[in-house]
Design a protein around this ligand. Structure first.
Ligand SMILES: [Zn+2]
Ligand SMILES: [Zn+2]
Length: 550
């Protein structure tokens, strides 16, 4: 990587034959570091380098105090600008003819829609991917963004890369101008295509993009499985998921990466919360890759017989699916196709699961192992071995912690509300736990140490401060005048003890440096009121009121 130095101020310091001097150089000028060598010498601590400035070799300290900073260029893009375009076999003048497509004729700025891939290229997904990879990883920041965009857009517009239809995994493009004119395309390996279009990328950079390309675009193959067993519910939720690809989402299609129930979140519990689905009334549909990774899943209520009172008949209800969670569009689509093939209701409507039974798995402490229910209403009632999904059920099943029901860590000392660990507010003043509302009701902030303290323990502590006030002078002009006024802080007990004193005569707390101790009467009194309240100073600097009484 090439290194250079930049002057960060006018006339930076240089050294020549061990004398330092200021050299007339403009701020912002750049000079290449010779041999890219940075060295240290015996008599100072600065990293140093050598540069030619106007054909004279100088030593400079690479230190901002000396007016220099070191920078690195990523030179690949600059060196190879337009190389791709010229290997394509067209000349600059041929390119210039296309300028109109890219520039506004009025202001000569790049047209803003140039990055709207859908408009210009035949494979927008691929073009966008290539552009993002090259731009975010390897563009030298010193290159103007416009230049980069323009060159890359030329390149992509000339080579016209697309996914090969005949050779899976290859990229098809026009190799050069001639083949473009004759409409003869060539399919080639991704790495080779990249090295033609982006000759400034190194082999390892191309390797990285190829890897990402494969994960992103290689067709995925999943195997679809179904089961009603607890262990399979756990597998589908807990096993490692395959790489995500931002699937299209809606209320019935969700990205698996955003599920709170995934992975080993519940390993600390005796049972996995999704085991409660294994009552026999639900099945899990899930996808695995050939490496055993999870590609998607969906919980489905099995068909059941429903009594329709109005018509005195029974009706067989179809499968009712929860939202489908998947790693990519392919996986979600595959599960949706399966659900359609068995006639499942996948509208995710309210009430689809009402009346269904889940297993009642007691945690031995008043709670039930159970997951966040995928369909509304999210509440259940416990009946012996089962939890029955019902509207307005007593147990809230919209909780992600793995245990439903009695799951509170604390109760508010004041109002009795149940609290989870992260909602509890502990009072250091009285060792009690409160909900946020009650805590704020009875606590205030100490102005001195900023800690919350019981309001009943907070004292107003007085102090004197200078304020500006408007007064009218003898000539009738409004002028500002400095006056001393008394103000107050809220102090907690600790801060009162440490930094304030109680003045018995005024019955006020005062900052300790603003009250005077009267040894004679063993009390404190605010300094600014000593005289006014009849205290007199003796030769030793002590105050007393005795003189007055005599
Ligand atoms: Zn409370
Ligand atoms: Zn305090």
């Amino acid at each position: 990587m090439e290194k250079f130095v930049v002057a960060i101020r006018e006339d930076p310091i240089v050294r020549i034959s061990s004398t330092e001097r200021f050299l007339p150089v403009k701020k912002g000028e750049k000079f290449s570091l010779i041999d890219e060598d940075v060295f240290f010498c015996d008599y100072n601590d600065y990293p140093q380098g050598r540069v030619y400035i106007n054909d004279t070799l100088y030593t400079i300290a690479l230190e901002p105090q000396h007016g220099w900073v070191v920078k690195e260029v990523k030179p690949e893009f600059i060196k190879h600008r337009c190389e791709a375009v010229s290997t394509f076999g067209i000349t600059q003048s041929m390119l210039d003819k296309h300028q109109d497509a890219y520039f506004n004729s009025e202001d000569n700025f790049l047209k803003s829609h140039i990055l709207n891939w859908n408009h210009h290229y035949r494979e927008p997904t691929l073009v966008e991917f290539l552009y993002e990879k090259v731009y975010h990883n390897w563009v030298d920041r010193d290159v103007s963004v416009d230049e980069f965009i323009l060159d890359t857009c030329y390149t992509l517009a000339l080579y016209m890369p697309r996914f090969s239809k005949r050779f899976k995994g290859k990229i098809t493009l026009y190799k050069n101008y001639l083949s473009m004119m004759e409409d003869k395309e060539t399919a080639m390996k991704v790495g080779r295509a990249l090295s033609i279009m982006f000759p400034y990328l190194t082999a390892s950079q191309i390797g990285e993009i190829v890897d990402e390309y494969k994960t992103k675009f290689a067709p995925r193959e999943f195997t679809l499985r179904t089961s009603t067993l607890a262990s399979d519910f756990v597998t589908a939720y807990r096993s490692t998921q395959c790489e995500y690809e931002d699937p299209r989402q809606s209320c019935s299609r969700k990205a698996m990466s955003s599920s709170c129930m995934r992975g080993n979140t519940f390993d600390h519990l005796d049972r996995h919360p999704v085991e409660f689905y294994a009552s026999g009334e639900f099945m899990i549909v899930w996808l695995t890759t050939k490496d055993g990774l999870i590609g998607g899943r969906c919980v489905v209520r099995l068909p059941y017989v429903k009594w329709i009172p109005r018509t005195f008949t029974y009706k067989v209800m179809p499968h009712v699916a929860a939202p489908v969670y998947g790693a990519c569009d392919t996986s979600i689509n595959m599960i949706e196709e399966y659900l359609d093939s068995i006639g499942a209701d996948r509208s995710c409507e309210y009430n689809g699961w009402v009346g269904a039974r889940l297993l009642n798995l007691s945690d031995g402490d008043g709670g039930h192992f159970g997951a966040y229910l995928d369909l509304e209403p999210r509440s259940v009632d416990a009946y012996q071995k089962y939890l029955v999904i019902s509207e307005g059920g007593e147990i809230d099943a919209s909780y992600y912690g793995g245990i439903l029901g009695n799951t509170f860590d604390y109760h508010c000392e004041n109002c009795g509300e149940g609290l989870h660990d992260d909602e509890a507010h502990y009072s250091e003043d009285n060792d009690q736990t409160y909900c946020e509302h009650c805590f704020n009701d009875i606590h205030s902030c100490c102005d001195n140490c900023n800690h919350q303290s019981l309001t009943e323990n907070i004292q107003s502590v007085h102090y004197r401060v200078a304020r500006g006030t408007f007064v009218t002078d003898a000539d009738g002009n409004r002028i500002t005048k400095r006056v001393m006024v008394t103000d107050r802080y809220d102090y907690c007990e600790v801060c009162c003890d440490e930094e304030a004193v109680h003045c018995n005569l005024t019955e006020e707390w005062w900052c300790d440096d603003e009250a005077k101790y009267i040894a004679d009467e063993d009390l404190y009194h605010p300094v600014h009121r000593l005289e006014e309240d009849g205290f007199k100073e003796d030769e030793e600097g002590e105050y007393s009121r005795h003189g007055e009484e005599e």
